[in-house]
Design a protein around this ligand. Structure first.
Ligand code: SF4
Length: 151
């Protein structure tokens, strides 16, 4: 998340992103207004695909890239190397630099388990990955693209 705070300041990204906040900061915002979101009615949030919902866990983005290649009928044999945690990322990059990486795509997430293990998250429970996958499975859209673009 903190990397994303730096990324959104880049000239190439600035026009598309208004702000980046962590879940911790979002909670602080609610707390400062005495808003207890657990007491509020739930609304339907159905505008993100399965792949849009699972990116926060390790392996989610690789799954989305595989799906994008398939949906766009791009003939490319994706062999992803999914790593989480600084050490795993370091090893993958080192292998790539020595041409001994068993893959052609590295998706490295600095935090253990992916963003769900990030410093700005409110929980770091064992069940977080399962919860993310469950949330993904509830998505109305199962494809990445539709007639109006990406989800
Ligand atoms: S894996 Fe960690 S550092 Fe990387 S974007 Fe997610 S929260 Fe940020």
């Amino acid at each position: 998340m903190y990397r994303k705070k730096a990324e959104f300041r880049k000239d190439s990204v600035k026009p598309y992103v208004d702000s980046v906040i962590t879940f911790e900061e979002l909670q602080a915002l609610f707390d400062s207004r005495d808003i207890d979101i657990t007491s509020l009615d739930e609304d339907l949030l159905d505008n993100a695909s399965y792949y849009g919902r699972i990116f926060a866990r390790s392996g989610g983005l690789s799954d989305a890239v595989r799906e994008a290649l398939m949906e766009q009928k791009i003939d490319f044999e994706l062999k992803p190397v999914t790593c989480d945690g600084i050490e795993a990322c370091r090893v993958a990059l080192l292998k790539a630099s020595k041409n001994v990486l068993d893959g052609n795509f590295i998706k490295g997430m600095e935090c253990t388990g992916g963003c769900i293990g990030g410093a700005g998250c409110l929980t770091h429970g064992e069940k977080n990955k399962t919860e993310v996958d469950k949330y993904g499975m509830e998505a109305y859209y199962t494809k990445l693209t539709n007639e109006s673009g990406y989800y």
